[in-house]
Design a protein around this ligand. Sequence first.
Ligand SMILES: Nc1nc2c(ncn2[C@@H]2O[C@H](COP(=O)(O)OP(=O)(O)OP(=O)(O)O)[C@@H](O)[C@H]2O)c(=O)[nH]1
Ligand SMILES: [Mg+2]
Length: 227
Amino acid sequence: MTLEPRLVQVRKNVLKQNDVTARGLRERFREAGVLVVSLVSSPGSGKTAFLEKTLTLLQPRCRVAALVGDLATENDAARLARSRAPVKQIITGTICHLEAAMVQNALDGWDLNDLDFLFIENVGNLVCPSSYDLGEDLRFVLLSVTEGEDKPLKYPTIFNSADVAIITKSDLAVVVEFDEGAARRNIQAVRPGIEVFRLSAKTGEGMTEYLEFLESRRTRSRASASV
Ligand SMILES: Nc1nc2c(ncn2[C@@H]2O[C@H](COP(=O)(O)OP(=O)(O)OP(=O)(O)O)[C@@H](O)[C@H]2O)c(=O)[nH]1
Ligand SMILES: [Mg+2]
């Protein structure tokens, strides 16, 4: 019998424990009828800008809240709080991703029954967050036009563990000669059939289509939860 290196064993146990916690969270989210969306991307792709816009636009007709993970600072929570939605910052210290237990702890004191949507912004990183289930219904991966069309091919795991891809900062596409066809082909190569939106949090371009999608997903998940 060949023994696995100790580090591999520890990692497997951590992931297993995370899966158990995530399963518990998913059940809580389903019971409360809240649609949970997590955002992953490289640092600076526009997660917070996109989320602030989303919270602001949804706020008049839906009950929304957000958790945001970073290694340090409460900067993103302060930006998101401008939307007036309830927001909590999770400081991960040296950890390059959120884990289900961190989400569980951050939800302490919040009644999930009061929410229609909960958004979770993960730590900016194209590698670590892909392995950790947070109990979310949908995982959005963001790709900004400024970071290069080849990212899906270089970091396939984060793209093929996502449910929706969002091309961000579309207002800058022309300046950086963004090849949208190539980006879409690369996304589809690693995650065939994935829904792709293209938008700008700055100008609001593409936000309407994306919000319609989000609200239709919530109606669908509500309907299936009540069956
Ligand atoms: N032109 C333009 N700039 C944007 C857009 N979205 C975000 N930015 C800018 O891009 C930079 C990074 O945006 P953030 O929203 O902080 O990105 P992030 O993914 O949350 O970053 P981390 O949390 O550090 O991983 C900021 O200077 C934003 O103002 C956009 O749609 N258009
Ligand atoms: Mg951010």
